[in-house]
Design a protein around this ligand. Structure first.
Ligand code: NAD
Length: 496
């Protein structure tokens, strides 16, 4: 088996297989296609791995069909046991996963180790608990009785982005396997190494062949082939809106496979004048700087009540200046700000910053790239941003916040809802009635009060409007991985 060797935290050497993981074996691509894996801190290559061609996708689907037939009849407790084993293995190798996310995706090692991996493991353990509780209902009917089963869908595919790749993969893998589906994972071409390592642990845990296949590759070829495949029953997609639309279109034009879309956002953070200001400052900052703002739930629009607007801006600037980011290698535990994922994304964010400078907004701080090596950008904040400015409307997916004032609760709600997106929102207030009124009025699939994000495996996450549909996490996600079969019995009268 061929490997790439990556140097991780504290100099540890991590060996990652380079092959496609099909039917529990690492194999080369049928057409020798490869992906070059880049380190965004340096722009240098980490090596190459196999990329799946159409032929490989077909092989993975054949394998997943065999895997499904085994897995769907594996009793729930036995499925749970393997899912729990995988959780233990990921926990054991947390240093390696955190290192791979740092080197390959530019995620801070400390964030990956402190948040992404614990969430990954928690999702697996949460859904392992569901594996033997996927029950139906008994229904009284006139003239008979009915019952329902919840059945797995079959061969499913997870198409995953690069920004929190292991955790997002697990939002899909854990409920998919708990409910008896087989899963093909297609990681982002920008951060595939974690998935190669995950495949090793799938093998070690002892999952039957075909239950999980991992095929790296370009979205336009490998991802598309999965979305168009006639034997794939579901695509669980997380990524950008244009690509999500494509996946939906491919499904519509082929076998009407189920599609679950977790797309982008332009999250509002609303700060009322009755809030705990220090708490609001902390979370509105974290909400747009965590992972360099490369988070779908990022609080990229900050609306602050006019009565505290200037005070908030002054304190926001002071807070940021008094604890400047330590910019550098995300593997280093001292680093607090890593690189943007790629040259293309770096360029795109800088162009949004230029548009911010031209739109009549006030540049509070930041506004530039950091060095010529790697893809680093300063945390950037614009104030007085007009409601129709591009930086107020479009998802930037970078560390760029747009702040604007509002006067009344009604105005804050109207501004927050004035977007095509509806993924995540945060409000800051100590008035409980206001919190109820505003959370009820916001068009958002997910809202936090007096904090930001607060992920938990039992709390569903997903969007409304153009942020997509379907849910990851929580009991609600199970619906997306199962279909209901209804069986009706007529109760015949006794024979005379
Ligand atoms: P992207 O759309 O470029 O890629 C996502 C995945 O789709 C990748 O695996 C890619 O290879 C694949 N893909 C690309 N073209 C394809 C095609 N034609 N057919 C099938 N698959 C294809 O997104 P990205 O840049 O990796 O991620 C950033 C986006 O993801 C942002 O918009 C962000 O808001 C969103 N996101 C959403 C959530 C959520 O839970 N809602 C979470 C994280 C990221």
């Amino acid at each position: 088996m061929a490997y790439i060797t990556v140097t991780g935290a504290a100099g540890c050497q991590i060996q990652v297989p380079t092959g496609l993981f099909i039917h529990n074996e690492f194999v080369p691509s049928a057409t020798s296609q490869i992906l070059v894996v880049e380190n965004p801190s340096t722009g240098e290559s980490l090596g190459t791995i196999a990329a799946a061609s159409l032929e490989d996708v077909n092989k993975a689907v054949e394998s997943a069909t065999i895997g499904f037939n085994t897995w769907k009849s594996t009793p729930g407790p036995a499925r749970a046991k393997l899912i729990l084993k995988l959780a233990d293995l990921i926990e054991r190798d947390a240093d390696h996963f955190a290192s791979l996310e740092a080197v390959d995706a530019g995620i801070l090692y400390t964030d990956s180790k402190g948040l992404n991996i614990p969430q990954t493991v928690a999702n697996l353990r949460y859904y392992a608990g569901w594996a033997d509780k996927i029950d139906g209902k008994t229904l009284a009917m006139e003239g008979g009785v009915a019952y329902t089963y919840r059945e797995p869908l079959g061969v499913c595919a997870a198409i995953v982005p690069w920004n929190a790749p292991l955790m997002i993969t697990m939002w899909k893998l854990a409920p998919s396997l708990a409910t008896g589906n087989s899963l093909i994972i297609k990681p982002s071409e920008l951060s595939p190494l974690y998935a190669q390592k995950l495949a090793l642990l799938i093998q070690e845990a002892g999952f039957p062949a075909g239950v999980v296949n991992v095929i790296a590759g370009e979205g336009a070829s490998t991802g598309r082939a999965l979305a168009e495949h006639m034997a794939v029953r579901k695509i669980s997609f997380t990524g950008s809106n244009p690509t999500g639309r494509q996946a939906l279109k491919f499904a519509a034009l082929t076998n009407l496979k189920r599609v679950n879309l977790e797309l982008g956002g332009k999250g509002p953070s609303i700060v009322f004048d009755d809030c705990d200001l220090d708490n609001a400052l902390l979370w509105t900052k974290i909400g747009i700087t965590a992972n360099n703002g490369q988070i779908c739930a990022a609080g990229s629009r900050i609306y602050v009540q006019k009565t505290i607007y200037e005070k908030f801006l002054e304190a926001y600037k002071k807070m940021s200046e008094s604890s400047p980011s330590v910019i550098g290698n995300p593997l280093d535990p001292a680093t607090t700000k890593g690189p943007i994922i790629s040259a293309a994304q770096h360029k795109k964010i800088l162009s949004y910053i230029e548009q911010g400078k031209q739109c009549g907004a006030r540049l509070l701080f930041g506004g530039d790239k950091v060095s010529d090596k790697g893809y680093f950008i300063e945390n950037t904040v614009f104030a007085d941003v007009p409601e129709d400015a591009v930086i107020m409307k479009e998802e930037i997916f970078g560390p760029v916040a747009s702040i604007a004032p509002f006067e009344t609760e009604a105005e804050a709600i109207a501004k927050a809802n004035d977007t095509l997106y509806g993924l995540s929102a945060a409000i800051f207030t100590n008035d409980i009635s206001r919190a109820h009124r505003v959370t009820a009025a916001l068009e958002s699939g997910h809202i936090t009060v007096n904090a930001w994000a607060m992920l938990s495996p039992n709390a569903p996450f997903g969007g409304v409007k153009e942020s997509g549909f379907g849910r990851d996490m929580g009991e609600d996600a199970l619906e997306g991985w199962t279909s209901v079969k209804t069986v009706k019995y007529a109760i015949l009268p006794p024979k005379p």
